[in-house]
Ligand binder design. Structure first.
Ligand code: MTE
Ligand code: MO
Length: 263
C-alpha cells in the first residue's frame, strides 16, 4: 500500500534537489525570524518610556512585562511561604557590613533620644521609643541574608515581628493600605514594601544581632529585616514609617533596580 502511494506521486527528488530545498527552507526561516526580531527591537526602541517617577527609566512595554512577572511571584509566594531557617550555630560571627547610605554621619544622629515616628493619616505622628518596642515579644531568626551584589551569609537577628508591632500600636487601619514606606532619620535611604511582605511572619524590626544591640553600621537602634527580599530592602536605622496606596519612593528602584526585589 505504501509503495503504491509513492509510485503515484512525482519522481523522487535527487539528492541535489533535496539539498537545495533544505537550504531554501533554512535560509527563509532564518530571514523571517531575523526580520521579526529586528522589527520587534525597532518597536521596543520606539516605544514610549514608562511613566517617570518611582522606578528607573525603561520602555513602557518592558515595565509592563516586569510588572506581570512580579504579580506572578507575589501570588506564588504568599505569606505562607517561609524562608529556610538555620540553627544558631550556623550563624556568622563576623557579620558583613555592606553600604552605609544615610547612616554614615553619626555626629548628627542622637541615638539616645531616637524615636520611631509613625505617620498616620489625619492623626499626629506616633513617636515610639526603643524600650516600648523591646517590651513586645521578642522574635529571633537565623536565615541566609542575600545581597543583590551576589553575596549571602547566614545571620542571627532578633527583634519584634513587624506584624506584632503594627497590631500592638493599633495600626491595623494603616495595614489596609497597599504599601509601607521606611526612611532613615535623615531621609537619605528609603524603601517601599508591599503590605504582603510587611505582614510576613518572618519580617522583623530588629534591635539585636548575635544577641547584642545593633552596632551603628548594622543600623542601630532599629532596622528592618525582610528575609523574603534582597538586602537592598532591609533598611538600616529606621527613622520614619508611613503607609500609602501608591508605591513609596525607593532608593534603589530609582536607580533602576527591581522595585519588588523578592527572592
Ligand atoms: N540605611 C541603609 N540601609 C541599608 C543600606 C544602606 O546603604 N543604608 N544598604 C542595604 C543593602 S544593599 C544591604 S545588602 C544591607 C546590608 O546590611 P548589613 O550592612 O547589615 O550587612 O543593608 C541594606 N540597608
Ligand atoms: Mo545589598
Amino acid at each position: 500500500m505504501k509503495e503504491q502511494n509513492k509510485k503515484k506521486s512525482k519522481l523522487p527528488l535527487t539528492i541535489e534537489q533535496k539539498i537545495k530545498r533544505r537550504n531554501f527552507i533554512s535560509f527563509s526561516t532564518f530571514f523571517l525570524f531575523g526580520a521579526a526580531a529586528f522589527s520587534g527591537w525597532k518597536w521596543l526602541l520606539n516605544a514610549p518610556d514608562e511613566d517617570p517617577g518611582i522606578t528607573g527609566g525603561t520602555r513602557a512595554p518592558l515595565r509592563k512585562a516586569l510588572n506581570k512577572t512580579e504579580l506572578f511571584f507575589r501570588n506564588f509566594f504568599s505569606n505562607n511561604h517561609l524562608v529556610k531557617t538555620y540553627p544558631k550555630s550556623r550563624a556568622a560571627s563576623q557579620v558583613r557590613i555592606n553600604s552605609l547610605i544615610g547612616i554614615e554621619d553619626d555626629t548628627n544622629f542622637d541615638l539616645k533620644n531616637w524615636k520611631l515616628s509613625v505617620k498616620r493619616q489625619n492623626q499626629d505622628d506616633l513617636k515610639i521609643s526603643l524600650d516600648e518596642i523591646k517590651a513586645l515579644p521578642k522574635t529571633e531568626i537565623v536565615f541566609d541574608f542575600k545581597c543583590v551584589e551576589g553575596w549571602d551569609q547566614i545571620q542571627h537577628w532578633a527583634g519584634v515581628r513587624l506584624s506584632d508591632f503594627l497590631l500592638h500600636f493599633n495600626l491595623d487601619e494603616q495595614t489596609k493600605k497597599q504599601y509601607m514606606g521606611l526612611e532613615t532619620p535623615n531621609g537619605e535611604y528609603y524603601v517601599g514594601l508591599e503590605m504582603d511582605s510587611v505582614l510576613h511572619p518572618q519580617t522583623l524590626l530588629a534591635y539585636e544581632m548575635n544577641d547584642l544591640p545593633l552596632s551603628n553600621e548594622h543600623g542601630a537602634p532599629l532596622r528592618l529585616l525582610v528575609p523574603v527580599k534582597y538586602g537592598i530592602k532591609n533598611l538600616k536605622r529606621i527613622g520614619t514609617m508611613s503607609f500609602s496606596n501608591s508605591r513609596p519612593r525607593d532608593y534603589w528602584a530609582e536607580q533602576g533596580y527591581d522595585y519588588y526585589s523578592g527572592l
